[in-house]
Design a protein around this ligand. Structure first.
Ligand SMILES: Nc1nc2c(ncn2[C@@H]2O[C@H](COP(=O)(O)OP(=O)(O)OP(=O)(O)O)[C@@H](O)[C@H]2O)c(=O)[nH]1
Ligand SMILES: [Mg+2]
Length: 331
């Protein structure tokens, strides 16, 4: 059946050849739909134009979502591990980072003080651990780049305001939002199911119940324990008064599951200021490769010292290392 298209229609259709952006194209297709004579012979054409418009709109949405991620939000890892600091607005994330690191991220008594990610180094004994300050997560606010940062971090420090009775509900919303993005905050000992239909990113998490100074009878802390004590380890802290910080530092280091190993030359003392950071489960061979890329091949044997336990023992390359071991490599 002939379509019997009008000259106006033909004229409008010509513009499609020069249109560049999806917005322009959508406009032209909409004009064509207005101009097209409606009868049996043009039904298919109408359907095709509508489909085209839908597809162009989808393209625009995808481009907008990709643009939002932005390239500037990736935080380069530094130190013994990277910890993403996550929580509802005003929980005291930035102030806790101040107290833990001595750095000065902006703190404010209004929500969304923090708008962009920023790394700060926390000293624990002779190592440094990176804390990444982030904007809060709410029912309305969670950017894709925040999710990406949490996914690549080694550990999450979840911060809640122990003096706020709404805290358990706010955490519920937050963890729910992350779950929608396939991120789950779990205890260190969590055992994932053997089989899963989709990949889930599980992040070892410590929950810091902050502002305990403003929760004098401990009711808020008790509520957090009631709701989250089974699922997550809880550290009671006060960023304002400095309570519980030393223990939190130690727990954050431990949950990273790394060990410090010192390498020494024969006849010399080990340098305790610059440990090699290795994952828990590392062997003599791993420290050899960390010291020099050729050493794993050239290694003949090693001697090992472990405080109060081992002194100068000859060990082979498969020997399992522990935190604070001293190793003397013989090539
Ligand atoms: N009493 C008391 N107040 C605290 C404590 N920690 C933080 N605050 C206060 O809580 C408010 C929010 O602190 P921030 O550190 O800016 O909170 P945040 O979680 O980083 O907030 P956003 O960046 O908006 O997500 C500020 O007024 C802080 O001074 C604490 O341990 N005790
Ligand atoms: Mg903040």
């Amino acid at each position: 059946m002939p379509a019997n298209l009008t000259p106006q229609y033909m004229e409008a259709e010509k513009k499609l050849r020069t249109a560049k952006t999806p917005e322009e194209k959508i406009e032209i297709y909409e004009e064509l739909l207005r101009l097209i004579p409606k009868h049996k012979g043009t039904e298919k054409m109408v359907a095709q134009h509508r489909a085209k418009i839908a597809k162009l709109k989808e393209e625009m949405q995808k481009a907008a979502a990709a643009g939002k991620k932005g390239p500037s939000h990736i935080v380069e890892k530094q130190g013994a591990g990277q910890i993403a600091v996550v929580g509802p607005p005003n929980a005291g994330k930035s102030r806790l980072i101040r107290a833990l690191t001595g750095a000065e991220p902006e703190v404010g008594d209004y929500p969304f003080t923090t708008r962009t990610p920023a790394p700060y180094m926390m000293r624990f004994e002779n190592v440094k651990v990176q804390l990444v300050d982030l904007p809060p997560i709410t029912a309305e606010f969670l950017e894709s780049w925040q999710v990406e940062i949490i996914k690549v971090a080694d550990v999450v420090l979840l911060v809640a305001d122990a003096s706020d009775p709404d805290s358990p509900a706010l955490l519920e919303t937050l963890t729910g939002r992350l779950k929608e993005r396939r991120v789950e905050l779990v205890d260190e000992e969590f055992v994932p199911p053997a089989e899963e239909a989709v990949r889930v990113f599980r992040k070892k998490t410590i929950l810091a119940a902050n502002k305990t100074d403003a929760d004098p009878d401990g009711e808020g802390l008790e509520a957090l324990r009631l709701f989250y004590g089974e699922a997550l380890p809880i550290a009671a802290v006060s960023a304002a008064e400095g309570a519980g910080l030393e223990e939190l530092r130690a727990r954050l280091f431990r949950i990273l599951r790394v060990i410090r190993v010192y390498s020494k030359a024969p006849g010399k003392k080990a340098d305790h200021d610059s440990p090699f950071i290795l994952r828990r489960g590392a062997t003599v061979l791993d420290i050899a490769s960390a010291v020099h890329k050729d050493f794993s091949e050239k290694l003949a044997y090693a001697r090992l010292w472990r405080a109060g336990e081992i002194s100068g023992l000859m060990v082979n390359r498969d020997f399992l290392l522990a935190d604070e071991d001293i190793v003397e490599l013989h090539l």
